[in-house]
Design a protein around this ligand. Structure first.
Ligand code: ZN
Length: 268
């Protein structure tokens, strides 16, 4: 699943491709907007908010925002007009075409066109964006502290607390902080340091194509624990373990080193 840094790079790609350009065609391949037509509109900009993308388009007197989300399998790609797409056309959910480029959103989890004045309806629930200009560490910490009994990983994945962390960074942050992912938030020794490190990870990775939290760019060495189950821990050699963790019905794979990340229980 794409995390905040990937979405940030996607916003940059769309912004480079479309900003200031007039759309000569648009094609919405989702039922609720099948008849929408933005041709003649001018693309103002694309920004990311956590893992959400907002592409702002002015069309005559209307101020639209195209809200998209990559969810599990989605991506945005830019092509030259007439260039062959590497992914099947039936995976395209929205196509925006200018005189010089074609931007295609494949397998997007969300495609919705909203009035720009109503953007808060789609992203207003998000906590501070780790890569946003309005990042606020204290607000993120206060959000996390509201539920001290909640499992740390689950709390980090909740975009209402802070926006941009997915299962990969959540696993890596629990490891680099030396805490079991199931540790209650209130028992984490230095949550501020963990959050600050999370932001550093996203900032470091937002400019590079290959994500790494270890600084090592070799395959299978890029991460401390994420998707490294059964491989030896890079610190202590103990085999990395994987389990399903999270609220009932929404469990997701969690990776950790049982030696470096002991279970902590709240003293309170
Ligand atoms: Zn270890």
């Amino acid at each position: 699943m794409p995390e905040g840094d990937t979405v940030y790079r996607t916003a940059r790609l769309l912004d480079r491709t479309l900003r200031g350009q007039v759309l000569v065609a648009s094609d919405f391949r989702v039922p609720q907007h099948a008849t929408a037509d933005l041709s003649g509109g001018t693309v103002v900009e694309t920004v990311s908010r956590g893992k959400h993308l907002l592409t702002r388009i002015d069309l005559r007197d209307d101020r639209w925002t195209l809200h998209t989300h990559l969810k599990m399998e989605g991506s945005w790609k830019a092509f030259r007009p007439g260039q062959r797409w590497p992914r099947s056309a039936h995976q395209a959910r929205v196509v925006l075409e200018t005189g010089t480029a074609v931007a295609v959103g494949f397998s997007l989890g969300i495609v919705e066109l909203v009035d720009r004045a109503a953007e808060a309806d789609v992203v207003g629930h998000l906590g501070p964006d780790l890569l946003g200009p309005d990042w606020d560490e204290d607000v993120a910490l206060a959000n996390l502290a509201r539920e001290p009994g909640r499992q740390l990983r689950d709390a980090l994945l909740d975009q209402r607390n802070l926006a941009g962390i997915g299962t990969m960074y959540a696993a890596e942050l629990c490891f680099t902080s030396g805490v079991d992912p199931a540790t209650p938030v209130g028992a984490v020794p230095d949550l501020r340091r963990l959050v600050r490190r999370g932001r550093q990870m996203l900032v470091l990775n937002k400019e590079r194509a290959v994500q790494s939290t270890t600084g090592d760019l070799r395959e299978r060495e890029r991460m401390w624990v994420f998707r490294r189950d059964r491989s030896p821990c890079r610190r202590c050699g103990t085999p990395i373990e994987v389990t399903q963790l999270g609220p009932a019905g929404r469990e997701r794979a969690s990776y950790w080193c049982p030696s470096c990340q002991p279970v902590l229980v709240s003293s309170g």
